[in-house]
Design a protein around this ligand. Sequence first.
Ligand code: HEM
Length: 334
Amino acid sequence: MQLKTFVSQLLAAFALVTVVALGAPASAQQINPTANSVQEQQLLDALQGQGTVSGRVSIPDQRSADLIKPGNPGWANLHNGTVSTLSIVAILGTLGLLTLFFLIRGRIRVESGMSGRMIPRFNAIERFAHWMLAASFIVLAISGLNLVIGRAVIRPIIGEGAFGTLTAWGKLAHNYLAWPFMVALALVFLFWVVHNIPNRIDLQWIKQGGGILKKGAHPPAGKFNFGQKLIFWAVVLGGAALSFTGIMLLFPAETATPADWQLFQIIHGVVAALLSAVIIAHIYIGTVGMEGAFDAMGKGEVDINWAKEHHALWVEEVEARESRPRGRAATPAE
Ligand code: HEM
């Protein structure tokens, strides 16, 4: 009797183990895209099989919950390999070149010394637009760079948990700061475009290499010299490209096919890397690289000797405007 009970219990246990073992692969194939532990590769495998995988979103457009099928295998390599390598090379390369330049040339000084007499350069609204552009760009660049190289470079250093939190906040900042960036970009364009049209005077600046390598060389320049004009157009055109592709990436269902979307992502990454390199050079010149430059955006006014050395034609224009008689009272009688 006891043996019979034991045998029947053994058979029942065997049957249970068999059912569980057979059932396991079936349940493992069920992908829950919103589960925390789901792996990207599992989702992509499921996508190959069933054609669609939908997650959960809290915005009205349910199409944005659909996982996009990577139709272009070259894209993943381009995005993960080329864009991240380009970003690292562009940023570290620029920092390296600037360090070399600083060691060779040192800080560009005001050769005639500071006079203590100031001349207004940028008004409060211009400075507000510049700093809004600068602050939003810097956060966008760092949070964007984290999306490209963070998993390989930052995650091993700070660990999975901290990296997850950082990336989630970074992504939020990236999505929301794009808007003040675009507003500031439009303002800066409107305020300064008239001073940034290339003209014949720029040829002298180009011939003398901007005068930055040789002490005492000061090619004449208006409000902005040719180097600054290049920075202005890089910011305006690069910023416009980033804005356009960024909007496409934010609203994929409305704006583009998956293949377009992948192309926009590559363009976004490449332009961001190149513009970041330009901006690092700009920040260098505006701070440690050139004595007296920061005051222009800090206080809104610069020392007259700084202005005469770097923007002689602009000083002449301002002085001519100020000495010109104004209004009816000053008009000489006929
Ligand atoms: C800490 C960061 C930054 C500093 C210290 C800085 C400093 C300056 C200074 C001092 C000027 C005036 C130069 C002059 O009087 O001739 C200037 C101009 C300008 N800045 Fe910045 N800037 C910063 C970040 C940025 C960023 C992130 C952008 C764009 C994304 C930007 C775009 C511009 C543009 C377009 C101009 C006018 C053209 C030029 O002078 O090159 N700046 N900046």
